[in-house]
Ligand binder design. Structure first.
Ligand code: BG6
Length: 515
Protein backbone atom coordinates (compact mmCIF):
# COMPACT_ATOMS: atom_id res chain seq x y z
CA UNK A 1 0.00 0.00 0.00
CA UNK A 2 1.28 3.45 -0.90
CA UNK A 3 1.84 5.80 2.02
CA UNK A 4 -0.56 8.33 0.47
CA UNK A 5 -3.36 5.75 0.43
CA UNK A 6 -3.15 5.13 4.15
CA UNK A 7 -5.51 6.58 6.70
CA UNK A 8 -3.92 9.81 8.05
CA UNK A 9 -3.53 8.13 11.44
CA UNK A 10 -1.35 5.45 9.95
CA UNK A 11 0.62 7.54 7.47
CA UNK A 12 4.32 7.99 8.16
CA UNK A 13 3.90 6.52 11.58
CA UNK A 14 7.23 4.81 11.68
CA UNK A 15 8.95 8.20 11.61
CA UNK A 16 7.82 9.05 15.12
CA UNK A 17 9.89 6.75 17.25
CA UNK A 18 11.30 4.60 14.53
CA UNK A 19 9.39 1.38 15.30
CA UNK A 20 10.09 -0.96 12.39
CA UNK A 21 7.34 -2.95 10.64
CA UNK A 22 6.13 -5.27 13.37
CA UNK A 23 3.87 -8.21 14.05
CA UNK A 24 2.87 -8.60 17.71
CA UNK A 25 1.86 -12.13 18.60
CA UNK A 26 -0.12 -12.31 21.83
CA UNK A 27 -0.20 -15.67 23.59
CA UNK A 28 -3.31 -15.66 25.75
CA UNK A 29 -5.22 -13.83 23.04
CA UNK A 30 -8.62 -14.03 24.67
CA UNK A 31 -7.39 -13.47 28.23
CA UNK A 32 -8.48 -10.71 30.55
CA UNK A 33 -5.25 -8.68 30.35
CA UNK A 34 -5.32 -8.80 26.55
CA UNK A 35 -8.86 -7.41 26.40
CA UNK A 36 -8.56 -4.88 29.19
CA UNK A 37 -5.06 -3.56 28.63
CA UNK A 38 -3.08 -4.87 25.66
CA UNK A 39 -5.51 -4.36 22.78
CA UNK A 40 -6.64 -0.92 24.05
CA UNK A 41 -2.99 0.07 24.51
CA UNK A 42 -2.11 -0.93 20.96
CA UNK A 43 -5.15 0.94 19.66
CA UNK A 44 -4.14 4.10 21.56
CA UNK A 45 -0.66 3.91 20.06
CA UNK A 46 -2.49 3.93 16.72
CA UNK A 47 -4.45 7.03 17.74
CA UNK A 48 -1.18 8.77 18.57
CA UNK A 49 0.40 7.77 15.24
CA UNK A 50 2.95 5.65 17.04
CA UNK A 51 2.32 2.29 15.41
CA UNK A 52 4.58 1.38 12.52
CA UNK A 53 2.93 1.76 9.14
CA UNK A 54 3.06 -2.01 8.63
CA UNK A 55 1.67 -3.42 11.80
CA UNK A 56 -0.08 -6.74 12.51
CA UNK A 57 -1.63 -8.20 15.61
CA UNK A 58 -1.81 -11.98 15.78
CA UNK A 59 -3.77 -13.44 18.65
CA UNK A 60 -2.70 -16.96 19.58
CA UNK A 61 -4.82 -19.12 21.87
CA UNK A 62 -6.31 -22.52 22.50
CA UNK A 63 -9.90 -21.64 21.60
CA UNK A 64 -11.01 -22.00 18.02
CA UNK A 65 -11.99 -18.47 16.97
CA UNK A 66 -12.41 -17.32 13.34
CA UNK A 67 -10.49 -14.18 12.34
CA UNK A 68 -13.68 -12.15 11.99
CA UNK A 69 -14.85 -13.05 15.44
CA UNK A 70 -11.47 -12.17 16.96
CA UNK A 71 -11.51 -8.82 15.17
CA UNK A 72 -14.92 -8.16 16.65
CA UNK A 73 -13.58 -9.15 20.08
CA UNK A 74 -10.69 -6.70 19.64
CA UNK A 75 -13.08 -3.96 18.55
CA UNK A 76 -15.33 -4.43 21.53
CA UNK A 77 -12.30 -4.51 23.92
CA UNK A 78 -11.37 -1.09 22.58
CA UNK A 79 -14.95 0.10 22.86
CA UNK A 80 -15.15 -0.98 26.48
CA UNK A 81 -11.67 -0.37 27.87
CA UNK A 82 -9.84 2.21 25.76
CA UNK A 83 -9.15 5.55 27.44
CA UNK A 84 -10.21 7.22 24.20
CA UNK A 85 -13.28 6.35 22.13
CA UNK A 86 -13.04 4.07 19.15
CA UNK A 87 -12.52 6.01 15.94
CA UNK A 88 -14.29 4.05 13.18
CA UNK A 89 -11.95 5.42 10.48
CA UNK A 90 -8.87 4.23 12.30
CA UNK A 91 -10.46 0.88 13.09
CA UNK A 92 -11.28 0.34 9.40
CA UNK A 93 -7.53 0.36 8.81
CA UNK A 94 -6.38 -1.45 11.92
CA UNK A 95 -9.11 -4.12 12.07
CA UNK A 96 -8.02 -6.03 8.92
CA UNK A 97 -4.46 -6.21 10.34
CA UNK A 98 -5.74 -8.33 13.24
CA UNK A 99 -5.61 -12.13 12.92
CA UNK A 100 -6.21 -15.10 15.14
CA UNK A 101 -4.32 -18.36 15.22
CA UNK A 102 -5.66 -21.35 17.12
CA UNK A 103 -3.15 -23.71 18.71
CA UNK A 104 -2.12 -25.56 21.84
CA UNK A 105 0.81 -23.94 23.63
CA UNK A 106 2.74 -27.22 23.53
CA UNK A 107 1.71 -28.12 20.00
CA UNK A 108 4.73 -27.92 17.68
CA UNK A 109 2.61 -27.72 14.50
CA UNK A 110 0.88 -24.59 15.77
CA UNK A 111 4.23 -22.77 15.86
CA UNK A 112 5.07 -24.00 12.38
CA UNK A 113 1.74 -22.58 11.14
CA UNK A 114 2.49 -19.37 12.97
CA UNK A 115 5.85 -19.11 11.22
CA UNK A 116 4.12 -19.75 7.87
CA UNK A 117 1.57 -17.06 8.58
CA UNK A 118 4.36 -14.58 9.28
CA UNK A 119 6.13 -15.62 6.07
CA UNK A 120 2.95 -14.97 4.09
CA UNK A 121 2.53 -11.51 5.62
CA UNK A 122 6.14 -10.71 4.78
CA UNK A 123 5.75 -11.96 1.22
CA UNK A 124 2.73 -9.71 0.70
CA UNK A 125 4.61 -6.75 2.13
CA UNK A 126 7.81 -7.50 0.32
CA UNK A 127 9.92 -6.96 3.45
CA UNK A 128 10.81 -8.56 6.78
CA UNK A 129 8.80 -7.98 9.93
CA UNK A 130 10.03 -7.60 13.47
CA UNK A 131 8.32 -10.23 15.64
CA UNK A 132 7.26 -9.30 19.14
CA UNK A 133 5.91 -12.16 21.22
CA UNK A 134 3.80 -11.15 24.18
CA UNK A 135 3.36 -14.01 26.65
CA UNK A 136 0.27 -13.19 28.63
CA UNK A 137 -0.82 -16.67 29.67
CA UNK A 138 -0.96 -18.42 33.03
CA UNK A 139 2.64 -19.15 34.13
CA UNK A 140 2.25 -22.93 33.78
CA UNK A 141 2.57 -22.58 30.00
CA UNK A 142 5.45 -20.07 29.88
CA UNK A 143 7.93 -22.91 29.48
CA UNK A 144 6.32 -24.78 26.56
CA UNK A 145 5.77 -21.49 24.74
CA UNK A 146 9.40 -20.43 25.17
CA UNK A 147 10.69 -23.82 24.13
CA UNK A 148 8.49 -24.01 21.08
CA UNK A 149 9.48 -20.51 20.02
CA UNK A 150 13.06 -21.71 20.22
CA UNK A 151 12.57 -25.04 18.46
CA UNK A 152 10.46 -23.59 15.65
CA UNK A 153 13.24 -21.10 14.84
CA UNK A 154 10.96 -18.13 15.59
CA UNK A 155 13.10 -17.00 18.54
CA UNK A 156 16.23 -16.62 16.45
CA UNK A 157 14.60 -14.92 13.46
CA UNK A 158 16.67 -12.00 12.19
CA UNK A 159 18.81 -12.39 15.27
CA UNK A 160 21.79 -10.53 13.85
CA UNK A 161 19.82 -7.63 12.43
CA UNK A 162 17.99 -4.74 14.13
CA UNK A 163 14.77 -6.64 13.40
CA UNK A 164 15.62 -9.37 15.90
CA UNK A 165 12.69 -11.05 17.61
CA UNK A 166 11.67 -9.81 21.05
CA UNK A 167 9.69 -11.50 23.78
CA UNK A 168 7.69 -9.80 26.52
CA UNK A 169 6.94 -11.93 29.57
CA UNK A 170 4.13 -11.05 31.91
CA UNK A 171 4.18 -11.65 35.62
CA UNK A 172 4.35 -13.75 37.70
CA UNK A 173 8.03 -14.25 36.94
CA UNK A 174 8.51 -17.33 39.10
CA UNK A 175 7.08 -17.89 42.56
CA UNK A 176 10.35 -17.88 44.48
CA UNK A 177 14.09 -17.62 43.83
CA UNK A 178 14.46 -21.16 42.46
CA UNK A 179 11.59 -20.94 40.03
CA UNK A 180 12.68 -17.47 38.86
CA UNK A 181 16.22 -18.77 38.26
CA UNK A 182 14.83 -21.74 36.40
CA UNK A 183 12.63 -19.52 34.23
CA UNK A 184 15.62 -17.31 33.43
CA UNK A 185 17.55 -20.41 32.34
CA UNK A 186 14.71 -21.58 30.11
CA UNK A 187 14.46 -18.15 28.53
CA UNK A 188 18.19 -17.74 28.00
CA UNK A 189 18.38 -21.16 26.42
CA UNK A 190 16.18 -19.91 23.58
CA UNK A 191 16.74 -16.14 23.58
CA UNK A 192 19.55 -13.69 24.25
CA UNK A 193 19.03 -11.27 27.15
CA UNK A 194 18.74 -8.35 24.71
CA UNK A 195 15.61 -10.02 23.28
CA UNK A 196 13.88 -10.41 26.65
CA UNK A 197 11.43 -7.87 28.08
CA UNK A 198 10.27 -8.89 31.59
CA UNK A 199 7.37 -6.60 32.24
CA UNK A 200 6.41 -4.79 35.42
CA UNK A 201 3.61 -2.44 34.43
CA UNK A 202 4.46 -0.06 37.30
CA UNK A 203 7.55 0.98 35.38
CA UNK A 204 5.34 2.17 32.54
CA UNK A 205 3.39 4.53 34.77
CA UNK A 206 4.10 8.15 33.96
CA UNK A 207 4.73 9.07 37.58
CA UNK A 208 7.14 6.19 38.10
CA UNK A 209 9.21 7.39 35.16
CA UNK A 210 9.09 10.85 36.68
CA UNK A 211 10.94 9.56 39.74
CA UNK A 212 14.20 9.66 37.80
CA UNK A 213 13.48 13.11 36.40
CA UNK A 214 12.46 14.35 39.82
CA UNK A 215 15.66 13.10 41.39
CA UNK A 216 18.19 13.83 38.70
CA UNK A 217 16.82 16.81 36.79
CA UNK A 218 16.59 18.95 39.94
CA UNK A 219 19.78 19.95 41.67
CA UNK A 220 18.16 20.67 45.04
CA UNK A 221 17.27 17.10 45.99
CA UNK A 222 20.46 15.13 45.46
CA UNK A 223 22.46 16.80 48.27
CA UNK A 224 19.80 15.90 50.85
CA UNK A 225 18.83 12.46 49.46
CA UNK A 226 20.84 10.49 52.00
CA UNK A 227 21.26 9.38 55.62
CA UNK A 228 22.39 12.87 56.73
CA UNK A 229 18.98 14.38 56.01
CA UNK A 230 16.45 11.60 55.49
CA UNK A 231 14.80 10.14 58.56
CA UNK A 232 12.84 7.36 56.84
CA UNK A 233 11.19 6.48 53.55
CA UNK A 234 7.69 5.05 53.32
CA UNK A 235 6.31 3.32 50.26
CA UNK A 236 2.58 2.61 50.21
CA UNK A 237 0.79 0.71 47.46
CA UNK A 238 -2.76 0.38 48.75
CA UNK A 239 -5.80 -0.85 46.88
CA UNK A 240 -9.42 -0.61 47.90
CA UNK A 241 -10.47 -3.56 45.71
CA UNK A 242 -10.53 -7.13 47.00
CA UNK A 243 -9.47 -10.23 45.08
CA UNK A 244 -12.64 -10.13 42.97
CA UNK A 245 -12.80 -12.99 40.49
CA UNK A 246 -9.06 -13.73 40.77
CA UNK A 247 -9.33 -15.76 43.97
CA UNK A 248 -7.86 -18.92 42.41
CA UNK A 249 -4.71 -17.10 41.29
CA UNK A 250 -4.43 -14.81 44.29
CA UNK A 251 -4.64 -17.47 46.94
CA UNK A 252 -1.55 -19.11 45.43
CA UNK A 253 0.21 -15.80 45.34
CA UNK A 254 -0.55 -13.37 48.19
CA UNK A 255 0.47 -9.74 48.59
CA UNK A 256 4.21 -10.36 48.89
CA UNK A 257 4.47 -12.12 45.53
CA UNK A 258 1.70 -10.20 43.80
CA UNK A 259 2.79 -6.65 44.66
CA UNK A 260 5.88 -6.41 46.86
CA UNK A 261 8.43 -8.58 45.06
CA UNK A 262 7.83 -6.66 41.85
CA UNK A 263 6.01 -3.31 41.99
CA UNK A 264 7.06 -1.94 45.38
CA UNK A 265 10.64 -3.26 45.04
CA UNK A 266 10.87 -1.43 41.72
CA UNK A 267 9.71 1.79 43.36
CA UNK A 268 12.28 1.31 46.09
CA UNK A 269 15.13 0.72 43.67
CA UNK A 270 14.30 3.88 41.69
CA UNK A 271 14.04 6.03 44.78
CA UNK A 272 17.18 4.67 46.43
CA UNK A 273 19.59 3.96 43.57
CA UNK A 274 22.73 5.95 42.86
CA UNK A 275 22.71 8.34 39.88
CA UNK A 276 23.36 6.26 36.75
CA UNK A 277 26.25 7.36 34.55
CA UNK A 278 23.86 7.78 31.61
CA UNK A 279 20.28 7.09 30.58
CA UNK A 280 21.47 3.97 28.82
CA UNK A 281 19.21 1.02 29.85
CA UNK A 282 22.11 -0.99 31.24
CA UNK A 283 23.46 1.95 33.23
CA UNK A 284 20.08 2.40 34.93
CA UNK A 285 19.50 -1.30 35.50
CA UNK A 286 23.01 -1.73 36.93
CA UNK A 287 22.24 0.86 39.61
CA UNK A 288 18.86 -0.68 40.41
CA UNK A 289 20.42 -4.10 40.93
CA UNK A 290 23.16 -2.66 43.13
CA UNK A 291 20.67 -1.15 45.53
CA UNK A 292 18.59 -4.34 45.69
CA UNK A 293 21.74 -6.27 46.51
CA UNK A 294 22.58 -3.85 49.32
CA UNK A 295 19.30 -4.54 51.16
CA UNK A 296 19.99 -6.55 54.30
CA UNK A 297 18.27 -9.90 54.86
CA UNK A 298 15.13 -9.28 56.89
CA UNK A 299 14.75 -10.33 60.53
CA UNK A 300 12.02 -12.93 60.81
CA UNK A 301 12.12 -14.01 64.47
CA UNK A 302 9.07 -13.80 66.72
CA UNK A 303 10.58 -10.77 68.44
CA UNK A 304 11.49 -7.70 66.47
CA UNK A 305 10.52 -9.12 63.11
CA UNK A 306 10.90 -6.87 60.04
CA UNK A 307 7.72 -8.21 58.44
CA UNK A 308 4.00 -8.23 59.13
CA UNK A 309 1.38 -10.10 57.15
CA UNK A 310 -2.37 -9.97 57.44
CA UNK A 311 -5.58 -10.68 55.59
CA UNK A 312 -8.70 -8.62 55.30
CA UNK A 313 -11.82 -9.32 57.27
CA UNK A 314 -15.23 -7.96 56.33
CA UNK A 315 -15.77 -4.23 56.68
CA UNK A 316 -16.80 -1.07 54.89
CA UNK A 317 -15.02 0.29 51.84
CA UNK A 318 -16.24 3.64 50.57
CA UNK A 319 -19.28 3.21 52.81
CA UNK A 320 -20.24 -0.15 51.27
CA UNK A 321 -20.15 -3.45 53.17
CA UNK A 322 -17.68 -5.96 51.69
CA UNK A 323 -16.85 -9.61 52.36
CA UNK A 324 -13.88 -10.89 54.28
CA UNK A 325 -11.15 -12.67 52.28
CA UNK A 326 -12.24 -16.18 53.36
CA UNK A 327 -15.75 -15.53 52.04
CA UNK A 328 -14.54 -14.48 48.59
CA UNK A 329 -15.04 -16.83 45.61
CA UNK A 330 -12.42 -19.52 45.19
CA UNK A 331 -10.73 -19.07 48.59
CA UNK A 332 -10.34 -22.27 50.60
CA UNK A 333 -11.35 -22.16 54.29
CA UNK A 334 -7.86 -23.27 55.30
CA UNK A 335 -6.16 -20.45 53.36
CA UNK A 336 -3.15 -18.83 55.05
CA UNK A 337 -2.59 -16.31 52.25
CA UNK A 338 -1.80 -12.71 53.15
CA UNK A 339 -3.62 -9.85 51.44
CA UNK A 340 -1.42 -7.28 53.19
CA UNK A 341 2.31 -7.20 53.80
CA UNK A 342 4.47 -4.60 55.53
CA UNK A 343 8.27 -4.69 55.55
CA UNK A 344 11.02 -2.73 57.27
CA UNK A 345 14.18 -2.73 55.18
CA UNK A 346 17.72 -1.48 55.70
CA UNK A 347 20.04 -0.66 52.85
CA UNK A 348 23.62 -1.25 53.75
CA UNK A 349 25.41 1.31 51.62
CA UNK A 350 27.12 4.65 52.09
CA UNK A 351 24.04 6.68 51.22
CA UNK A 352 21.37 4.87 53.22
CA UNK A 353 22.96 3.08 56.17
CA UNK A 354 20.66 3.59 59.18
CA UNK A 355 17.65 4.95 57.25
CA UNK A 356 14.65 2.62 57.55
CA UNK A 357 12.65 1.96 54.38
CA UNK A 358 9.09 0.93 55.16
CA UNK A 359 6.90 -0.70 52.54
CA UNK A 360 3.31 -1.79 52.70
CA UNK A 361 0.86 -3.12 50.20
CA UNK A 362 -2.62 -4.47 50.72
CA UNK A 363 -6.02 -5.06 49.23
CA UNK A 364 -9.28 -3.72 50.66
CA UNK A 365 -7.56 -0.83 52.34
CA UNK A 366 -9.15 2.52 53.09
CA UNK A 367 -8.30 4.04 49.71
CA UNK A 368 -6.55 3.27 46.46
CA UNK A 369 -3.29 5.15 46.73
CA UNK A 370 0.33 4.55 45.74
CA UNK A 371 2.89 6.98 47.04
CA UNK A 372 6.45 7.35 48.21
CA UNK A 373 7.10 9.63 51.17
CA UNK A 374 10.60 10.85 51.94
CA UNK A 375 10.51 12.04 55.51
CA UNK A 376 13.35 14.38 56.47
CA UNK A 377 14.97 14.79 59.87
CA UNK A 378 13.52 17.40 62.16
CA UNK A 379 15.39 20.66 62.75
CA UNK A 380 17.01 20.98 66.17
CA UNK A 381 14.26 22.11 68.55
CA UNK A 382 16.10 25.23 69.72
CA UNK A 383 13.80 27.88 68.39
CA UNK A 384 10.51 26.19 67.73
CA UNK A 385 10.43 23.16 69.96
CA UNK A 386 7.12 21.35 69.82
CA UNK A 387 4.40 22.60 72.13
CA UNK A 388 1.00 24.12 72.03
CA UNK A 389 2.12 27.06 69.91
CA UNK A 390 4.40 25.12 67.63
CA UNK A 391 2.63 22.43 65.70
CA UNK A 392 5.57 20.98 63.78
CA UNK A 393 5.63 18.17 61.25
CA UNK A 394 8.73 16.61 59.74
CA UNK A 395 9.42 18.02 56.27
CA UNK A 396 8.16 15.37 53.90
CA UNK A 397 8.36 15.06 50.15
CA UNK A 398 5.48 12.92 48.89
CA UNK A 399 5.58 11.55 45.36
CA UNK A 400 2.08 10.38 44.44
CA UNK A 401 2.11 7.62 41.87
CA UNK A 402 -1.69 7.27 41.70
CA UNK A 403 -4.37 8.50 41.79
CA UNK A 404 -4.19 12.31 41.83
CA UNK A 405 -0.67 12.04 40.37
CA UNK A 406 1.75 14.68 41.56
CA UNK A 407 3.91 15.66 44.48
CA UNK A 408 3.59 17.52 47.74
CA UNK A 409 6.18 19.10 49.97
CA UNK A 410 5.23 19.42 53.60
CA UNK A 411 6.70 22.51 55.32
CA UNK A 412 6.13 24.32 58.59
CA UNK A 413 4.87 27.90 58.27
CA UNK A 414 3.95 30.75 60.58
CA UNK A 415 0.26 31.14 61.22
CA UNK A 416 -0.63 34.79 60.48
CA UNK A 417 -1.14 36.80 63.65
CA UNK A 418 0.64 38.70 66.34
CA UNK A 419 1.61 35.62 68.26
CA UNK A 420 4.29 33.31 66.76
CA UNK A 421 2.59 30.04 66.04
CA UNK A 422 3.47 27.40 63.46
CA UNK A 423 1.46 24.97 61.43
CA UNK A 424 2.37 22.40 58.77
CA UNK A 425 1.45 23.50 55.24
CA UNK A 426 1.68 21.84 51.84
CA UNK A 427 3.08 22.84 48.46
CA UNK A 428 1.34 20.85 45.75
CA UNK A 429 2.06 19.93 42.17
CA UNK A 430 -0.75 18.15 40.27
CA UNK A 431 -0.02 16.55 36.93
CA UNK A 432 -3.52 17.09 35.70
CA UNK A 433 -3.61 20.80 36.47
CA UNK A 434 -0.28 21.40 34.78
CA UNK A 435 -0.32 18.95 31.90
CA UNK A 436 -4.01 18.06 31.49
CA UNK A 437 -5.51 14.59 31.71
CA UNK A 438 -5.36 11.73 29.24
CA UNK A 439 -1.89 10.52 30.13
CA UNK A 440 -0.90 7.34 28.26
CA UNK A 441 -1.50 4.09 30.11
CA UNK A 442 1.50 2.09 31.31
CA UNK A 443 1.02 -0.61 28.69
CA UNK A 444 1.09 1.90 25.85
CA UNK A 445 4.54 3.09 26.83
CA UNK A 446 5.83 -0.43 27.45
CA UNK A 447 4.55 -1.90 24.18
CA UNK A 448 5.94 1.05 22.24
CA UNK A 449 9.32 0.75 23.99
CA UNK A 450 9.56 -2.94 23.17
CA UNK A 451 8.70 -2.24 19.52
CA UNK A 452 11.49 0.33 19.27
CA UNK A 453 13.89 -1.92 21.21
CA UNK A 454 14.27 0.14 24.39
CA UNK A 455 14.34 -2.14 27.44
CA UNK A 456 15.07 0.50 30.11
CA UNK A 457 11.64 0.07 31.68
CA UNK A 458 11.83 -3.71 31.79
CA UNK A 459 13.39 -5.94 34.42
CA UNK A 460 16.73 -7.59 33.77
CA UNK A 461 17.19 -11.23 34.80
CA UNK A 462 19.57 -10.43 37.66
CA UNK A 463 17.19 -7.75 38.99
CA UNK A 464 14.31 -10.15 39.34
CA UNK A 465 16.58 -12.70 41.03
CA UNK A 466 17.93 -10.08 43.47
CA UNK A 467 14.39 -9.23 44.49
CA UNK A 468 13.32 -12.87 44.84
CA UNK A 469 16.42 -13.47 46.95
CA UNK A 470 15.08 -10.99 49.47
CA UNK A 471 11.51 -12.19 49.64
CA UNK A 472 11.99 -15.96 49.35
CA UNK A 473 13.15 -16.45 52.99
CA UNK A 474 10.02 -14.56 54.10
CA UNK A 475 7.80 -16.82 52.00
CA UNK A 476 9.53 -19.93 53.35
CA UNK A 477 9.14 -18.68 56.90
CA UNK A 478 5.44 -17.94 56.43
CA UNK A 479 4.89 -21.33 54.85
CA UNK A 480 6.35 -22.97 57.94
CA UNK A 481 4.15 -20.87 60.23
CA UNK A 482 0.95 -21.54 58.25
CA UNK A 483 -1.89 -19.59 59.76
CA UNK A 484 0.10 -18.78 62.91
CA UNK A 485 1.00 -15.09 63.02
CA UNK A 486 -1.32 -14.12 60.17
CA UNK A 487 -2.98 -10.91 61.41
CA UNK A 488 -6.43 -9.62 60.45
CA UNK A 489 -7.51 -6.13 59.46
CA UNK A 490 -10.95 -4.77 58.76
CA UNK A 491 -11.67 -4.00 55.15
CA UNK A 492 -11.52 -0.25 54.72
CA UNK A 493 -8.81 0.25 57.36
CA UNK A 494 -5.10 1.02 56.93
CA UNK A 495 -3.98 -2.46 57.97
CA UNK A 496 -3.38 -4.30 61.26
CA UNK A 497 -1.99 -2.82 64.47
CA UNK A 498 1.29 -4.82 64.37
CA UNK A 499 2.20 -2.99 61.17
CA UNK A 500 1.93 0.28 63.11
CA UNK A 501 4.21 -1.21 65.77
CA UNK A 502 6.77 -2.03 63.11
CA UNK A 503 7.37 1.71 62.82
CA UNK A 504 6.84 2.74 66.44
CA UNK A 505 9.94 0.77 67.37
CA UNK A 506 11.99 3.36 65.49
CA UNK A 507 9.91 6.32 66.63
CA UNK A 508 8.09 6.59 63.30
CA UNK A 509 4.51 6.20 62.22
CA UNK A 510 2.80 5.46 58.92
CA UNK A 511 1.56 8.48 57.09
CA UNK A 512 -2.12 8.71 56.33
CA UNK A 513 -1.68 8.72 52.54
CA UNK A 514 -3.25 11.54 50.66
CA UNK A 515 -2.95 13.90 53.61
C1 BG6 B 1 -1.17 -6.39 39.42
C2 BG6 B 1 -1.64 -7.29 40.54
O1 BG6 B 1 0.16 -6.67 39.10
O2 BG6 B 1 -1.26 -5.03 39.84
C3 BG6 B 1 -3.06 -6.94 40.97
O3 BG6 B 1 -1.61 -8.65 40.11
C4 BG6 B 1 -3.15 -5.47 41.29
O4 BG6 B 1 -3.44 -7.72 42.09
C5 BG6 B 1 -2.58 -4.61 40.16
O5 BG6 B 1 -4.52 -5.15 41.50
C6 BG6 B 1 -2.50 -3.16 40.55
O6 BG6 B 1 -2.16 -2.39 39.43
P1 BG6 B 1 -2.58 -0.86 39.31
O7 BG6 B 1 -1.96 -0.42 38.04
O8 BG6 B 1 -4.09 -0.85 39.30
O9 BG6 B 1 -2.04 -0.19 40.52
Amino acid sequence: MEDSQRHPFLRNLSKHRGAPSTAIVIFGASGDLTSRKLIPAIYNLGVDNLLPADFFLLGFGRKDIPNDEYREHARSSIDTFSRRPLNPGLWDHLGPQVYYQQGGYDEKEAYISLAQHVDELEKKLGRDLQLLFYISTPPQVFEPILENLGQSGLAKRNVDTPLFTKVIIEKPFGKDLNTAQHLNQVILHQFEEKQVYRIDHYLGKETVQDLLVHRFANAIFEPIWNREYVDCIQITVAEDIGVGSRGGYYDQSGALRDMVQNHTMQLLSLIAMEPPVSLDPEAIRDEKVKVLKAIQPLKLGAKDSDVVRARYDKGLVGGNPVLGYLDEDGIPDASATETYAALRLSINNWRWKGVPFYMRSGKRMARRVSEIAIQFKRPPGILFSEGTRFDLAPNTMVLRIQPDEGSTLLLNAKVPGLETRTQPVKMHFHYETTFGSNTPEAYERLILDSMVGDNTLFIRGDETEASWKLVTPILDHWKELGIHGLEQYSSGSWGPLPSERLLWKNGHEWRRPGF
